[in-house]
Design a protein around this ligand. Structure first.
Ligand code: PLP
Length: 345
């Protein structure tokens, strides 16, 4: 076995077909045993539940090569649990946690050549997803499903590494109150494509969405949670009473790292757009970019610029980033159970 010959530091965030993927079928009321396959193509009826009524959800996590050459994942048990929650909401049969974790381990082990080397800044992105595969024309859940996991090597999500990003306050809503905002449904992303393209055209990395009911409270971006740091180094996490913020595993890890490792105060509460100019720092967090410092928020012609500006990260955001990525790469000790071993050096 030999590593793929890629320019790892510059691969960007794009799909590359790798060697093997995991497939399991749900038929006759039960999940069948999954297998690895080299075949990346899917054939299904034109009337499949996923094609007609978007009955699908997904997860996203990464495998890392650590400083000593092991390959590990970060808290995949939480991805398994979140996928179960997504399945329940979308009337998809739940993926058993053990099956999910086995699939992750097997797919990564079958694609070790594609795991970017330690120190490259790149990692192996893992995409589990499940979809309704049998025909439905009346609106109801499909009877057959497929659970799949593929991997693809990726560089840092936002161009320009840990440089600050700018966000645009959107007039559109990402997720309705009590809707699908708290699950990882593909439909949420379909709904946001229009706004993402618009933000990119105007030069912003992402949209910052407000609560749909009043458009005064901060929720999150299209693909990451956000958090703030006040002048006393307290971490402030936006809370939504209507459960429309996706429960980010990175954000939940930041809360614990801030409290237990960096000994910072953490508050979860509603955060008004009108108060964010008073904060010292802002970060966007999710698996893809881990933590991106936010330099500026554009709000209808008004620019809210954080003290760190667009050239460098704020100090607390940087401490959190260094600690969390250190845990993922094996240079900082992680809390018990956070690191999931996949392959040894
Ligand atoms: C996936 C996702 C996140 C980030 O969650 P992580 O578990 O940290 O990767 C945040 N917001 C939305 C809308 C997402 O889909």
């Amino acid at each position: 076995m030999a590593k793929q010959n890629l320019d790892w530091a510059n691969i960007g965030f794009a799909y590359r077909k790798t060697d093997m993927r995991y497939v399991a079928a749900y038929r006759n009321g039960a999940w069948e045993e999954g297998t690895l396959t080299a075949d990346d193509q899917i054939t299904m009826t034109e009337c499949a539940g996923v094609l007609q009524y978007a009955q699908t959800c997904f997860e996203g996590l990464k495998a890392y090569e650590t400083a000593n050459g092991d390959v590990v994942c970060f808290r995949p048990d939480l991805n398994a649990e979140r996928m179960i929650a997504s399945c329940r909401r979308l009337m998809i049969p739940e993926i058993p946690k053990e099956m999910f974790l086995t699939a992750i381990r097997e797919v990564v082990r079958a694609n070790l050549d594609w795991v970017p080397p330690y120190g490259s800044g790149a990692s192996l992105y893992i995409r589990p997803y499940v979809f309704g595969k049998s025909a439905v024309i009346g609106v109801k859940p499909a009877e057959e499903y497929e659970f799949r996991v593929f991997v693809t090597p990726v560089g840092p999500y936002f161009k320009g590494d840990a440089r600050p990003i700018s966000l645009k306050v959107s007039d559109y809503d990402r997720a309705a109150p009590h809707g699908l905002g708290n699950i990882k449904a593909g439909a949420n992303y379909a709904a946001a494509l229009f706004m993402i393209e618009n933000a990119h055209e105007e030069g912003y990395a992402e949209n910052l969405y407000l609560d749909p009911a009043t458009h005064t409270l901060i929720e999150e971006t299209g693909g990451s949670n956000v958090f703030f740091v006040d002048k006393d180094r307290t971490i402030i996490i936006p809370h939504s009473k209507t459960d429309s913020i996706l429960p980010s595993i990175t954000r939940r890890s930041i809360v614990q790292v801030a409290r237990d490792v960096l000994r910072l105060q953490v508050t979860e509460r509603e955060v008004a757009l009108s108060e964010i100019a008073s904060f010292a720092e802002m970060g966007a967090c999710g698996t893809a970019a881990v933590i991106s410092p936010v330099g500026m928020v554009h709000d209808h012609g008004k620019e809210i610029v954080f003290p760190n500006g667009m050239e460098q990260s704020g100090p607390v955001v940087k401490e959190l980033y260094d600690t969390l990525t250190g845990m993922q790469l094996g240079t900082v000790e992680a809390p018990e159970g956070w690191i999931f071993p996949v392959a040894e050096a």
